[in-house]
Design a protein around this ligand. Structure first.
Ligand code: GUN
Ligand code: ZN
Length: 447
């Protein structure tokens, strides 16, 4: 395979930005380039320097004047809810029962799961998301569909079969033993195969009995390199119901703590209404609270309190949470994150937003060696963003005077139309580059 030289205005982070424009936190190359070889970044920097490292048969993808960034990362969403986005009028528990537990039953059919998986991955890529952490349905077939579709596209993805053994329709319930056996088999099949990572996924305390929590504890102990994901403290009725089911627990967080589920590979969706004690437990265990702004607004769940996480030294990440989340776009998600924090009297700077979608989320997953930045040796998962993709954006951009302003316009006005190209392990998946590659492979077939 020949070298690929991706040219454009390159932006990549090395640390979390502090303050409005912390130039030590990022590297920006106005005429920059990323050299890719064998699916990995060889090096990133000024075009004049990087272009000299390329082999003689280098293919050049000139994206000037667009921005070139690491691929975006989404740390929580539900693949079986792809076709249930925008289900009207209910808060969490009613929404789950009315829409979601009906929709997820369709995934008993492997053909349906496969068809939705294709659309799901196409949506992620259209939106510039190259890695995501998703819940599948209770059916092992849905996990096979998910990781097969990821593998076909070469994407680094995290996912797992939801475990539920109560408070859900019969057709969506496993048992503690079945949930354990199916999860164990799926870990054996997928975890560490190519770019796949497994997430042990008890849906939340309401849909798992203490016996299923014990089985989840065993799975976590037996598979220390797997992720764990669940939901925590999203909605007041949910909190009351969950704590009533575990009367011995100090609070909602303590339910998961008692079963040994809290560790630095645990991703907890929402975390909106936590006490100081609970945030302290998350900080002590290194667990990650996942901020899902479009979902939290859509279901009327509440406003994530980032400053309390930061003050306590607790880790947090950002996510779409499709299908309660209303968009696959991480740009639109950060637009809503900005507004949610504004309502709390907190500020989310444009540089911090772009850090969060890339290196910040990679660090939340412990994957910063591989994804989230464009350092030498990283996976060549890359997104190209056009800040003038919409007419209103182009008009607004005429008055933008700085990169900071441009990033804020991108996040506030942007969506999938701004994604000019996306590369997965150095392979163009969307725009002209993908079309060139498809044409070349057709030529090879007919030769
Ligand atoms: N809590 C338990 N399951 C879900 C889900 O599918 N979506 C959201 N937003 N919250 C949940
Ligand atoms: Zn969720």
């Amino acid at each position: 395979m020949s070298d690929l030289l991706i040219r454009g205005r390159v932006l990549t982070f090395v640390a979390e930005p502090q303050g409005i424009d912390d130039t030590a936190a990022y590297r920006y190359f106005e005429d920059g380039a990323v050299l890719v070889r064998g699916g990995k970044v060889v090096d990133t920097g000024d075009h004049a320097v990087i272009s000299k490292l390329a082999g003689a048969d280098v293919e050049v993808a000139d994206h000037r004047p667009n921005l070139v960034l690491p691929g975006l990362i989404d740390t929580h969403l539900h693949f079986p809810q792809t076709q249930a986005i925008a289900s009207y009028g209910a808060q969490l528990l009613e929404w789950l029962n009315t829409y979601i537990f009906v929709e997820e039953q369709k995934f008993a059919d492997a053909a349906h799961a496969g068809a939705v998986a294709d659309r799901f991955f196409d949506e992620l890529l259209s939106n510039g998301t190259t890695t995501a952490v998703a819940y599948c349905s209770v059916h092992p077939e849905s996990v096979d569909a998910y990781f097969s579709a990821a593998e076909a596209r070469g994407m680094r993805m995290v996912g797992g079969k939801v475990m539920m053994d109560r408070n859900a329709p019969d057709a969506l319930r496993d048992t503690p033993q079945k949930g354990y056996d199916e999860t164990k088999a799926l870990i054996g099949k997928w975890h560490g195969r190519g770019r796949a990572h497994y997430a042990i996924s008890p849906r939340f305390a309401i849909t798992s009995t203490p016996e299923q929590m014990e089985m989840s504890q065993a799975l976590v102990a037996e598979n220390p390199t797997c992720y764990v994901q669940t939901h925590l403290s999203e909605n007041h009725d949910e909190i009351a119901f969950a704590t009533s089911l575990y009367p011995d627990a100090k609070d909602y967080t303590d339910i998961y703590a008692r079963y040994g589920l809290l560790n630095e590979r645990m991703l907890l969706g929402h975390c909106i209404h936590l006490s100081d004690r609970e945030i302290g437990v998350l900080a002590e265990t290194g667990s990650v609270g996942v901020f899902c702004p479009t979902s939290n607004l859509f279901l009327g769940s509440g406003l994530f309190d980032r400053d309390r996480f930061d003050k306590a030294g607790a880790r947090w990440s950002v996510a779409t949470d499709v299908g309660a989340g209303t968009s696959f776009s991480m740009l639109e998600t950060m637009d809503e994150a900005y507004k949610v924090l504004h309502l709390r009297g907190q500020k989310l700077t444009p540089f911090n937003s772009f850090y969060r979608m890339t290196l910040g989320n990679a660090r939340a997953l412990g994957l910063e060696k591989h994804i989230g930045s464009l350092h030498a040796g990283a996976d060549a998962d890359i997104v190209v963003l056009d800040s003038s993709a919409k007419t209103a954006m182009e008009y607004r951009m005429r008055t933008a005077k700085s990169l900071l302003e441009e990033l804020f316009i991108l996040q506030t006005m942007g969506d999938d139309r701004c994604v000019a190209e996306v590369y997965v392990a150095g392979k163009a998946m969307k725009g002209k580059g993908a079309k060139r590659a498809a044409a070349a492979s057709r030529l090879l077939e007919t030769a």
